[in-house]
Design a protein around this ligand. Sequence first.
Ligand SMILES: N[C@@H](CCC(=O)N[C@@H](CS)C(=O)NCC(=O)O)C(=O)O
Length: 203
Amino acid sequence: MSKLKIYGVATNRTMRTIWLAKELGLDYELIETSSRDGSTKTPEYLAVNPNASVPAIQDGDLIIWESLAINHYLVNKHGGALAPKDDAEGGLALQWSFWAAGNVEMTALDILFNRMLLPEDERDAAVADGAEEKLAKPLAVLNGALADRDYLLGDRFTVADLNVAAIMSWVKMGRVDLSAHDNITAWLGRCLSRPAFVEARGG
Ligand SMILES: N[C@@H](CCC(=O)N[C@@H](CS)C(=O)NCC(=O)O)C(=O)O
């Protein structure tokens, strides 16, 4: 069986899949692919992911794109402590992944772009501040969910934590004020201090 191929670069959403692959101890090949050098738009890559975005994986004959779905596939395939142990955990893990993608990700990106990523003269502080206000509700939901537990599904780190924490790392990077959310701060600290995350980010 050929090695798992991960298309992307560690500085974008591909990091989520690299983080998981490292957590699972998978042997993989990172095929550097990025919109920055046009490699997401080659006919070869479009045959892998017609969205011209990363990450994508090829596992044998199977190709999957969408970072969070890739992570659910890999963890379900390889099992271990990060994998849901039954259907209930599987449902809850999906719930948290969809929740983070739908309620946090794009808002966090608005903040990140307008506070850090855009050239300074193109940043709009009002857009970033408005986005931060929009995050108040989902952050309260996440903080509440973590009130009586160390991790989203209970007492162990799972793919649900990995997917949500990867998105929440953008919130932290965007200097969103988390001072009213002690449970999130403690949980994010636990997740982002994991050696596999530190390694995936390049140390
Ligand atoms: N929902 C997709 C989003 C993929 C995505 O937008 N990836 C970015 C990198 S973080 C990308 O490849 N952008 C290139 C482009 O859209 O041209 C996922 O989670 O995988």
